[in-house]
Ligand binder design. Sequence first.
Ligand code: CUA
Length: 349
Amino acid sequence: MRTLLELWPVSASTVSGEVDFFFALMVVVCGTVATGIAVFLIYSAVRYRRRRENEMGNQRRNFIPAEVAWIVLPFILFMGMFAWGAKLYMQIERPPDNAITMYVVAKQWMWKLQHPEGQREINELHIPVGQPVKLLMTSEDAIHSFYVPAFRTKQDVLPGRYTMTWFEATKPGKYHLFCAEYCGTKHSGMIGWIYAMEPHDYQRWLTQGAAEGSLASQGEKFFHQFGCSNCHHFENQGRCPNLRDLYNHPVQIDGGQTVLADDSYIRESILDPNAKIVYGFRPNVMPNFTGQLNESQVLALISYIKALGPQPGTEQPSSSGAAPKSYGEQPGIAGPEATSNANSKVEAR
Ligand code: CUA
């Protein structure tokens, strides 16, 4: 009975209440306007129908105040709705600065999720309540869509690029995760659960531990395994750019452009190194890693690069706010000159 009457799914994120209210308002306003027009149309069609074969229309002048009113009032009303919708959209599209990043790789037909601490999950994601969580997402095959009705967020997940969504759960619970983009035979089975937990429960859950260490230290392992460390040096200039202090900073590339070294840029530079050559470096030095690395490995490498702080001794007090939160807090990041991952301390939690 309850499910039959359930017009709205549970509301469990910081934006869901406003989204519901805005949606209800749009339905009521648009429904009222549409009904009003339909009723007036039918009334006029009946009231002013032609009654005789040779009847002529009344040529009376227009009533200007009425015309002004029905142009200006709807304009103000609907532009107001547009402004509110745009504000809400911006809010949903821009994660807060203190959001923690989790990683999503979609494939036919499952969700692979990974925490920065290294925990992997399939079709399940545990998150803390009261903490903005940002998801960096990509797909290994078709287009999927990450949809959590209780949070009122839905975002396409595309092969070959990163998309982002974020939410902040407001109450603990177990919420449905759906794929909302037809992606093949078992699309309808590509479902899962989001577990929103009280922060201390979440911390306890995290201590169950990741066998492979944090995502960044897994990335460090790949950095050596795939030979990245042969050319990307830190202490001296290698054949390829120094990757310290790179993440989320501007980079000047060949041709004079400046690009931001965000996740998408780093992913592209790994999979298609010649696409944007850093100013002063030569093309065709770095091999193409398309097909050699899967999306999870690329995410681990990005996480490693993100965790690399500035050159030791050159740290500057971060005032821009552009620096990643994890600056210098990541134990186990030994840098490319480390010969193995064996000695690196894995985060305890
Ligand atoms: Cu994945 Cu539909």
